[in-house]
Ligand binder design. Structure first.
Ligand code: NIG
Ligand code: FE
Length: 385
């Protein structure tokens, strides 16, 4: 069955190059068997069995969220309130969530993730990665990864989030690179480490990531959020698909990223929620670095499921143009996961979003407004308002 979405006020197609968009006015998108079979000017569109008018609306590729922590118990609103009153953010808060996650049943963890994924759909996210990292013992890390695998193929083992309470550092590193990793590789595709103050050193991060790579996992990193420990060089050296946060970057860090295949994933929700200065995305863009935007949805440092909110912050606070921000949240996220999503070219998955707006600039221009009116994954409606 072929469906034609027509009279689209603006259809946004993402190009190969960073920030490159092609915008087609009075366009049509034709979908068959979950795939895009036509995307272009309406006058050239083929006939279809079903015709839907999207007059006055904008259609964009679904957002690809390459960084989320959806498997956890509890919440930390009190910690947020303290931060807003001046208490600085620290990695120690992770342990609060670890306690609640260990206590939660599988069904509670699954239900929480399901609720957040419904929010993802309502914000236009059609593909997402999920990390473990709030179990930090063999049993709870593996439970978390197993549940994450029910929702996405992009599952990341983040046992190296912090050293849990009551465990010797050396002993934990041995478990991370031994028994925990051995179990994790059944479910995870990626290995991640929080290389930062209060988490893991660059040397420890190397040891953990190299063990993961030797077990067949692909590396990615959290780095340079709180402090610059030299994690960017390690990310580039190990060919990490992405290095995330990048709040504190030196000129050398930017130079190493620019000659690499490692995406710099910016997570403005974390700066917002930790009251930290935003990184200047323009420095990265000027150096030719590929930039992605992600929600980093987690109960501590960035409890948002809204990619439009991240886009608005990236435009207002990080200096991306609306075109660059849209690209970073679609094709950029896909690059950070090394897949070919985030585009509506013929043959790709029909993952797309209908905005109640004449163009994509409205995502930043109308912050906090629910502009997503429908979200489709492989041609199936997953959200409608
Ligand atoms: O991406 N930076 C490390 N991990 C999460 C925060 C974890 C937490 O505070 O619970 C992040 O910001
Ligand atoms: Fe994170």
């Amino acid at each position: 069955m072929k469906t034609k979405y027509q009279e689209i006020a603006s259809l946004v197609l993402t190009g190969e190059a960073f920030g490159q968009l092609q915008i087609i006015e009075n366009a049509a998108l034709v979908v068959e068997d979950g795939k895009v079979v036509f995307a272009g000017a309406q006058h050239g569109a083929p006939d279809a069995d079903n015709v839907v008018s999207l007059a006055g609306k904008c259609v964009i590729p679904g957002f690809v969220d390459s960084h989320s922590h959806l498997i956890f118990g509890g919440e930390r609103s009190e910690e947020f309130a303290h931060r807003m009153a001046g208490t600085p953010y620290s990695s120690g808060g992770i342990r609060t969530t670890v306690r609640a996650t260990r206590e939660a049943s599988d069904e509670e963890l699954r239900e929480n993730a399901r609720r957040l994924i419904a929010e993802f759909y309502s914000s236009g996210i059609t593909h997402f990665e999920i990390k473990s990292g709030y179990g930090l013992d063999v049993e709870t890390e593996l439970r978390s990864l197993k549940i994450a695998r029910e929702f996405t193929e992009d599952v990341t083992f983040l046992g190296a989030h912090v050293v849990p309470e009551g465990v010797e550092r050396k002993e934990y590193l041995a478990s991370l690179t031994g028994e925990m990793l051995e179990g994790a590789k059944q479910y995870a595709k990626w290995i991640d480490v929080f290389c930062d103050r209060g988490a893991f050193s660059t040397e420890e991060s190397r040891e953990i990531l190299e063990a993961g790579i030797a077990s067949g996992l692909k590396p990615r990193m959290h780095s340079n959020q709180l402090e610059n420990q030299g994690g960017i060089q390690l990310a580039v050296e190990l060919d990490c698909a992405s290095v995330d946060h990048c709040t504190q970057l030196s000129a050398e860090d930017i130079a190493s990223l620019s000659g690499s295949n490692t995406v710099a994933t910016l997570v403005p929700g974390a700066e917002f929620s930790t009251k930290s200065p935003y990184p200047d995305a323009r420095r990265l863009v000027a150096a030719g670095v590929t930039v992605a935007l992600a929600t980093d949805c987690n109960p501590g440092s960035s409890f948002t499921t809204s990619m439009p909110f991240c886009i608005a912050l990236a435009v207002r606070e990080m200096g991306l143009t609306p075109d660059q921000a849209l690209w970073a949240a679609t094709r950029g996220g896909a690059r950070a996961l090394r897949n070919d999503r985030g585009t509506l070219e013929v043959g790709s998955n029909a993952d797309f979003v209908v905005l109640d707006a004449p163009n994509h600039i409205h995502l930043a221009y109308r912050p906090g407004v629910q502009l997503v009116s429908q979200t489709y994954v492989a041609g199936e409606l997953v959200f409608e308002r």
